[in-house]
Design a protein around this ligand. Structure first.
Ligand code: UTP
Length: 290
């Protein structure tokens, strides 16, 4: 079955990005001049997704406005002869059918996904975590959709992390299928010892889920931090139906963390067609002073 719907949860509190996240939602923080959310929508569209539901919250209206037409602003640009810029803004608004739904309380990522139940209906769907930007030649979401079509099972994007780092992430119980592709039959959150962990293969911010996840989420009790955790539900899915893991290829930025935000802007800033060269020259001088 072809995957055509995606959910982007963006209703979290963003506590790791305080104080800015009180005023500007972290999903709209830029990498140079494009918000994270635009990268996510572009990735989904690159995977053939036509319908996207963005889960928002009070104070995050800026996301909705960004994907809407803005006649006054466009008129002002046209008056200045900025037709190209104006057309680019329209393209962003026209990329996909984007709908919005509010999660009234930040009850966790699992709860945010559950809010999408009526929008999704009885179809498989993609979840792109709102603060997790992945840049790769072939969209990670597209590779995941292809795996779903081939195996008919839910898919998580994964990466290999160090033994130290896995203590902060989830560890997958995997069997290799081929290069970058594994079957997943179990997972464990934040394993602190070697005995507790399955592998150093860890989930990152993409999942392709069958609609059966909703029933599991409806019965998932609040876990870590009192929140309904998506990984708790995916664990049950992996144990019952089995899942696949796709080890992503490319660069990933955790835009929900200060370090991720800074790294993204430095590494992508030097590549920017307008100012990259000058920025790189500045950086070369700057690192001499460190
Ligand atoms: P995170 O766990 O990174 O978001 O969830 P958070 O809770 O905002 O993070 P911190 O720890 O407080 O900094 C991944 C994605 O899921 C969304 C977030 O907005 C983020 O894009 N999310 C999280 C929701 O939509 N609702 C929630 O209740 C929690």
């Amino acid at each position: 079955m072809k995957v055509t719907k995606a959910v982007i949860p963006a209703a979290g509190l963003g506590t790791r990005m305080l104080p800015i996240s009180k005023g500007v939602c972290k999903e709209m923080l830029p990498i140079t001049d494009r918000p994270s959310m635009q990268y996510l929508v572009e990735e989904a569209v690159g995977a053939g997704i036509t319908d996207i539901l963005i889960i928002t919250a009070r104070g995050k209206e800026v996301i909705e406005n960004y994907f809407d037409y803005s006649p006054d602003y466009e008129a002002a640009l046209l008056k200045k002869g900025m037709e190209k810029e104006c057309a680019a803004l329209r393209r962003v608004a026209d990329m996909a059918n984007i709908t919005f739904l509010r999660q009234k309380e930040a009850r966790g990522l699992g709860h945010a996904v559950l809010c999408a139940k009526n929008f999704i209906g009885n179809e498989p769907f993609l979840v792109l975590y709102g603060d997790d930007v992945i840049l790769s030649e072939k969209p990670t979401a597209l590779s995941m959709c292809e795996l779903y079509e081939e195996f008919g099972r839910g898919v998580v994007a994964s990466q290999t992390v160090s033994e130290e780092a896995i203590k902060k992430y989830s560890s997958l119980k995997i069997e290799p299928v081929r290069d970058r592709v594994f079957t997943v039959t179990d997972m464990v959150e934040k394993p602190q010892t070697e005995a507790e962990r399955f592998s150093c293969q860890s989930i990152l911010g993409r999942a392709l889920l069958p609609p059966s996840i909703f029933e599991i989420l409806e019965h998932t009790a609040p876990g870590a931090g009192g929140e309904i955790q998506l990984t708790d539900a995916m664990r049950i899915l992996a144990q019952t139906e089995g899942m696949m893991a796709y080890e992503f290829e490319g660069t990933r930025y955790d835009m929900g963390s200060k370090l991720g935000f800074l790294t993204a802007n430095v590494t992508q800033g030097v590549l920017h067609p307008e100012c990259g060269e000058e920025f790189a020259a500045f950086l070369k001088e700057f690192v001499k002073t460190l």
